[in-house]
Design a protein around this ligand. Structure first.
Ligand SMILES: Nc1ncnc2c1ncn2[C@@H]1O[C@H](COP(=O)(O)OP(=O)(O)O)[C@@H](O)[C@H]1O
Ligand SMILES: Cc1ncc(C[n+]2csc(CCOP(=O)(O)OP(=O)(O)O)c2C)c(N)n1
Ligand SMILES: [Mg+2]
Ligand SMILES: [Mg+2]
Ligand SMILES: [Mg+2]
Length: 332
């Protein structure tokens, strides 16, 4: 394969632009003009979100492949659309590449990205390619659409609602620690945790189902349960009473915690990057939701209380603590 110097910026863009359109009906012009031209669906609201990934902040090339990095960069953005009850539609992908980057790396990165785009019928309709003096930087912007009735915001939680989550929490944080430790290949229990960290699955289908079943608020878990629970509580002007013993985790996380000498619950509360959904819902509606076989794990972890009661966690020793919005924070 030609190297980046021989290919140049435009040769590289041409390579990237193959197989980028999954849903041609909504694209008038994709990669190749000054701006993409899109056909909005009548009667739907548009969603627009961006998340950026920076080398040695969000990933290290010592522990991720180019393919996995491409997959995850798109996944974290689709997760934000899922958290609104929406369907992701189009993506704009910008990359700043160190000069020594191999063409093969960029191609594999886009293969990972195109794989998840195929799965969720998302079009890559543009982007920007520049050089970086230090480190790889990726920014993905994704648009989505949602019917007004299915839009779910962080601000709708009501006192008396249940608080629930999808999937299992803490896997990604434990997976990251195992990756950074280096000897994870020796430990069979590491696999599901590492997979959760490197290639998280955005809960788009579940987000849609939850929206249609009348959840009152929803958020995706990028910074950890403690942080996202507080985000919903603040936006909705309510409090929450969560129970530590109810927080769903994979069985493997106990073994990881022992090896890493860390309380597994800390991963679930503060680890982040699980990209599961936290939501609130009226108890009767939850009853109906739980009675249907949705093919996903849903777990009630607490209830919505008044703002004056704050956001608290009932621990396994029977004591209650204030659940501070600690979690991943870029500047702390
Ligand atoms: N540099 C920025 N300029 C404008 N808006 C921003 C910027 N950074 C974050 N935001 C907005 O602030 C809100 C919170 O951001 P963030 O915590 O990154 O959300 P999320 O966890 O959903 O990705 C979002 O509405 C996001 O669009
Ligand atoms: C090398 C490395 N160190 C640390 C982390 C942990 N980490 C980095 S960013 C982040 C939180 C999520 O990223 P953010 O940019 O805050 O996403 P957003 O909340 O905007 O969706 C976490 C837990 C990591 N993934 N890789
Ligand atoms: Mg963000
Ligand atoms: Mg996000
Ligand atoms: Mg964050």
């Amino acid at each position: 394969m030609l190297d980046l110097k021989q290919l140049g910026e435009f040769g590289l863009i041409q390579l990237i632009s193959e197989n980028t359109i999954q849903d041609p009906g909504s694209v008038v012009a994709g990669i190749g003009d000054d701006a993409a031209v899109l056909l909005p669906a009548p009667g739907k609201l548009q969603l627009l979100t961006a998340d950026m990934l920076v080398e040695n902040v969000h990933f290290t090339l010592a522990t991720t492949s180019a393919w996995q990095l491409g997959y995850k960069s798109m996944a974290v953005n689709l997760s934000d659309i899922a958290a609104m009850g929406g369907i992701p539609k189009h993506a704009v992908v910008s990359i700043a590449l160190p000069r020594e980057t191999e063409t093969e790396f960029v191609v594999a990165f886009y293969q990972g990205m195109k794989e998840i785009c195929r799965e969720f019928a998302v079009n890559i309709v543009g982007g920007d390619t520049v050089s970086s003096p230090q480190g790889l930087i990726i920014n993905v912007t994704v648009s989505g659409e949602v019917e007004p009735a299915n839009l779910i915001r962080r601000s709708g939680a009501q006192v008396g609602d249940l608080v629930a989550v999808t999937g299992a929490l803490g896997s990604s944080g434990a997976g990251l620690d195992l990756l950074l430790r280096g000897d994870w290949e020796k430990h069979k229990f590491a696999w599901p945790l590492i997979t959760a960290h490197l290639t998280p699955r955005p809960q788009v289908r579940t987000g849609r189902l939850l929206a249609m079943h009348g959840v009152t608020s929803m958020d995706d878990i990028s910074d950890g349960l403690a942080s996202e629970a507080n985000e919903i509580a603040d936006a909705s002007k309510v409090g929450m009473r969560l129970t530590a013993g109810k927080i769903p985790v994979l069985p493997e996380i106990g073994q990881a915690g022992e090896l890493l000498q860390k309380d597994y619950l800390d991963y679930a509360l503060y680890g982040g990057e699980d990209y599961e959904l936290i939501f609130t819902i009226n108890p009767d509606k939850y009853g109906k939701l739980a009675a249907e076989d949705l093919g996903v794990r849903l777990t009630v972890i607490g209830e919505v209380v008044t703002a004056a009661q704050g956001v608290t966690l009932l621990k396994e020793d029977g004591r209650s603590m204030i659940l501070e919005p600690k979690g991943y924070n870029h500047f702390r």
